[in-house]
Design a protein around this ligand. Sequence first.
Ligand code: GCB
Length: 598
Amino acid sequence: MLYPIHNHFRSIINLNGLWQFDLDPDNSGVKKGWMQDPPGERIIGVPGSWNDQFTDTHIYFKTAWYSKDLFIPENLRQHSLLLRIADANNHLTAYVNGQKIGEHAFGFLPALLEINSAVKFGANNRIVLKIDSLFDRDTLPQWGRGIGHWAGTVMHADYFPYAGLNRDVVLWSVPPVRLHNLKVDTLLSKDHKKGILKIKFWFKGLPDRVSVVLQEKNGRVVMQGQQEIKNNEGLLELSIRNPRLWSPESPYLYKLQVFTLKEGVPQDEYNLPVGLRTISVTRDQVLLNGRPIFLRGFSRHEDFPVIGRGHVDALMVREFSLMKWLGANSFRTSHYPYDERQYQLADELGFLVIDEAPVVSFFWIKSNFYTSKKTFDWNRVYSKKLETLHRQSLNEMMARDWNHPSVIAWSVSNESDGTSRQANGYFKRICEYTRGIDSTRMVVHTNCGDMGDGLHNDISHQHCDMICLNHYDFAYNNEGRNNQPVIEKLERKLRDAKARFRKPIMLTEFGMCGIPGQHSLAPEYFTEEGQLEHVFLYLDVAKKLPFVVGTHLWNLKDFKTQEHSARAYLNFKGAFTRLMEPKLLAHMLKKRWEKSRC
Ligand code: GCB
């Protein structure tokens, strides 16, 4: 899906700001005609989760309504008007002037709804968005059993299910004959003297020609091409002599201009930064532009006080600055696709990204629904509806993010139980589906290498290009301060996984809580010293093993999670506090990474 841009042919009306807001705990708004006119009892800021903007909505996970009036001028009548809601968490139903214009089933990925049929031109229009923040067995993420104040209400994952309009809402006016999406794949000749751009186009409104221009940063035209269009689709191949490649050290971006024409007349223009690079995998390594890379960085969350999961550019820039300061070169968008500007900045600054679908802890619901494992029925878990949603989320994530050179892998899920025959079949289908849409990146499933239920017997890894392990033996299994057995066990597990799957391995999560300001002489649980020692033990093991191709610490920052007896309000595994102040770990990590790659 194209990111909104503004030019001769396209214009953006920004709908961020203050909206009217109503809670609808018994979901009776539709009966009361709120699609036309909700009462608007509160005012809320967008983007920003609703949970902490008020004093009574912190754990409100039911239905809420957003509404706003918008004047749409007469001169937009000839355009297609797209309401683009970058993240409505969790289930969106949208109305314009009382008319339903569409739905979107899950958060973290944009809803793009053409609203022309409901619009009054040259007049005020009422935009009403109903958001249901409820989880069940067939939603993404899935329902789980909460504890404490949460009892029975939440999704099954260790993060706070921030609800509402967390990202931009815009009305994008675009020409009726236009580019709908494009996929730019980049290839390199063996000697790197020739770069190839394979561009697939999708259009709306039956244009007859597409023309493209590739420019360097300074505006110098590198090459141009044209192609006839049939049935709203096109394919074009361009080659570049002596291309400048994209890499973390030198994140060079070309500028691609795409012109859509009909009968010789330009109808639309779209511009896209393009980075030329390749990704491939051998038995032991991940190669960027044919050279081995080591992924050093963090699995992260979008999380900040008050705004919750709301996107703010300045906060994002600060997080990237912190990662640069430490010497990180990569991150994972655990456990959902992030705001689109995160990937734009990663392209510009040279970060490598593992992009994760909003799928977390699938099938762990077995421990919620059934007390006895014997009565557990795997077949009940794999509903068609869930699989359809999972595929849809992958499809939408890839169609949104596939033009970012920073994205080097698709993570189809985090910590779903892949130990059963059924799960194995499920992940085989899911990985094949993902590769069918994009075969130019790695497909992975970040999974748990340690805890309960025999997850170390995960067989679904065999369908992935790299083995991604989240590992927390030491943090949860109370081995005390006797480190040796823990180190030996970790090393054994990594070697076993290597022998079994014969693929490169990455530690995608490991860490321990360090409560900021809590110190001890001995490296005890929950102290900054304890956190530091624990993380460094893991790094030492990873450093020893040549087939370990990356380490992502859990987490860059402390973050809010659900109420739980194992969480002292926040998950304190961050190298930085929730407000981005460095802990002991951050300072020591910087020193370590100045000298060593791991
Ligand atoms: C995990 C999960 C992550 C948790 C983390 C922890 O394995 O992927 O969501 O927050 O462990 O801190 O336990």
